[in-house]
Ligand binder design. Sequence first.
Ligand code: ZN
Length: 134
Amino acid sequence: MNMSGKKTNTSGSDGFQRLNFLYQASIVALNAVPHYPQITSVFGKNMISIGKKLQLKLDHSVKRTICKGCKVLLIPGKSVEVKIKPIPASRKRKSRRGNQRKIQEWKCMLCSCVKQFVLNPGYSLWAEQNMDST
Ligand SMILES: [Zn+2]
């Protein structure tokens, strides 16, 4: 309810609050018990199922920190191994100039699921661009 006594009709606000709570709870749980990251997979699985049921989209910055395999929260050094590698020859586009682009590889320590992000020097997520302009 807002100040005038009418109900606000923000679609999915309750769902977003639940997702936010689960994400923060998984961060707290991982910091409290860093040697047992499996407990965060329960929160991750709940986040994915709530997002699917209510048709809510997770923010990219949140989505990048959840393992696709076991849904564990990915924190570098605690539950994920981060390496920087050159782009494999099979994925390179043919260009005349020497392309020295690299990828950042996140390998989950529990299920060995791999996420790869291409490193572009001038690239930032859309959400981060909006934060810079305000
Ligand atoms: Zn995993």
